[in-house]
Design a protein around this ligand. Structure first.
Ligand code: UDX
Length: 476
């Protein structure tokens, strides 16, 4: 059998024999949300026999029928191909998962707790407790979800409490770093693998479970760096990486505030400092800040955990990172009040009688994810101040409607801007970035645009008669 990502070369003997006796370890992915479904599909593509497991019956039926329940470029095709090839199945039955798998990856969500900033480990706990009593042979349980440091040790305790004795079940930690919209590449061609292990067997089994990743890299003349480390470090790598990325974004957004005050241009500033390789030019796009299911909750959970460990002081700056991020969202309402000449009263500006077109609902382009989306937070705020909103997003409309059912959703970009007194670009979809400002100018009531992602060609829009306001840029 041939498949695009598998090694064309003869397979060397495996370092360890999977407990099931299969030629390659059989993999289960517990939780088929964004993380688990993407991993399950990509590892089937790499040639493994894979079982995706979830308690959500409709989600499993959808996946089994070949439909990805979220938008991720390229994933639908891989799902259908691997189901057809017989390598990929989905189930709600943990007993079946226990019978099938050699390596079980925990991929369930770890949302922010309802009663605080820490992570809710309820789904992690229930996935482990649902699986391990059914195990009948040795297996490796590998954490992938983003968790507070110490979780892997706690899972070991859960395993020893709930698994049949003497099977030698082991635990390992291997965090993921996938970015929505880029997830296939991130899974198939990771820029590093972190293996938190306690034994040679766990190490060898985890390496064997990633052999497809190494083979693909080998075929493409690439290397995948591997860091073998302890549980705590492996867990911390993930949250530290996300904290750093969030800090980078808030740093440039803080610079945007200073640029606004000084009449400077943050896009030029970012470009200029980014040429220094020590700084780098990635994640320096100033705008309305970070959102999504990861960065906001992860920096809060990291602070909460550090506090519990007595190291809260060390992460106090992350509180500031969060505040800068919240302030960035607030800038759009401030700029709108200036552009629309509706000054701040005690309850903020009064936008009643005005029609504002919102372009973008998702937290970033090429995704349908609206979790903690800056675009929706700003939309909510504009509406609260009395504006009549019409919103359009190429992929996020269904999810946005669930979050904000009372808004008017336009079927197209043109419909959204027709008659608008102000246009706000809040997600940098290509459709918005490369829209024709002349054509849009004929549809609006006033040629005023707030570029919340600093993604428009200001010169082009200005030439078409628009007043353009970015964040941290002189008005054009
Ligand atoms: C992030 C991490 O990048 C990824 O490694 C981790 O596994 C999960 O969390 P993701 O949530 O998909 O991935 O989004 P990311 O691309 O990091 O963007 C996060 C937010 O930051 C988005 O709202 C984006 O618009 C914003 N952002 C990003 C900026 O505002 N400026 C930038 O320069 C970069």
């Amino acid at each position: 059998m041939t498949y695009p990502y598998a090694s064309a070369q003869a397979q060397p003997a495996l370092a360890v024999t999977p407990p099931s006796g299969a030629a390659r370890p059989r993999l289960t992915f517990l939780g088929t949300g964004y993380l688990g479904a993407t991993y399950a599909i990509c590892f089937a593509e790499l040639g493994y026999e894979v079982l995706g497991v979830d308690v959500d019956e409709p989600k499993i039926s959808k996946l089994q029928a070949g439909a990805v329940p979220f938008h991720e470029p390229g994933l639908d095709e891989l799902l259908r191909r691997n189901i057809a090839a017989g390598r990929l199945r989905f189930t709600t039955d943990y007993r079946e998962a226990a019978e099938f798998g050699d390596v079980h990856f925990i991929c369930v969500g770890t949302p922010q707790r309802a009663d605080g900033m820490g992570a809710d480990l309820g789904y992690v706990e229930s996935s482990v407790i649902s699986l391990v009593p059914h195990l009948t042979r040795k297996a490796l349980i590998v954490g992938k979800s983003t968790v507070p440091v110490g979780t892997a040790e706690w899972i070991e305790q859960l395993v020893s409490k709930h698994a049949p004795a003497d099977l030698g079940i082991e635990v390992a930690w291997s965090p993921e770093f996938l970015q929505e919209g880029h997830a296939l590449e991130d899974v198939l061609r990771p820029n590093r693998l972190i293996l938190g292990v306690k034994s040679q067997w766990a190490h060898d089994m985890l390496m064997t479970a990633h052999k497809g990743v190494f083979d693909l890299a080998h075929n493409e003349d690439r290397e995948v760096p591997v860091v073998v480390t302890d549980f705590a470090t492996a867990e911390l790598v993930k949250v530290a990486a996300n904290a750093f990325l969030a800090t980078k974004i808030s740093f440039i957004n803080a610079m945007a505030e200073v640029c606004d005050a000084a009449g400077a241009d943050v896009t030029q500033l970012a470009k200029s400092i980014g040429y220094d390789a020590r700084i780098g030019n990635k994640f320096l796009r100033a705008g309305i800040g970070f959102g999504g299911g990861c960065l906001p909750k992860d920096i809060r959970a990291f602070q909460a955990r550090a506090q519990e460990l007595g190291a809260g002081e060390a992460l106090r700056f992350l509180h500031e990172v969060d505040l800068i991020n919240q302030r960035s969202r607030g800038r759009v309402v401030q700029i709108a009040s200036e552009l629309l000449a509706r000054p701040y009263g005690p309850a903020g500006p009064d936008f009643s009688g005005l029609h504002i077109a919102v372009l973008g609902a998702t937290f970033k382009p090429n995704s349908d994810d609206v979790r903690d989306s800056p675009a929706l937070a700003i939309t909510r705020s504009l509406a609260r101040h009395g504006a009549q909103i019409s919103i359009f997003d190429p992929q996020g409309m269904e999810n946005a409607k669930r979050e904000l059912p009372d808004m008017t959703y336009a079927p197209s970009l043109n419909d959204a801007v027709t008659g608008a007194d102000l246009v706000c670009v809040l997600t940098e979809w290509e459709e918005f970035r490369y829209a024709d400002p002349n054509a849009l100018g004929d549809l609006v009531a006033a040629k005023l645009v707030i570029d919340g992602r600093n993604c428009l060609d200001q010169a082009l829009w200005t030439a078409a008669g628009w007043t353009v306001r970015g964040l941290g840029r002189p008005s054009a």
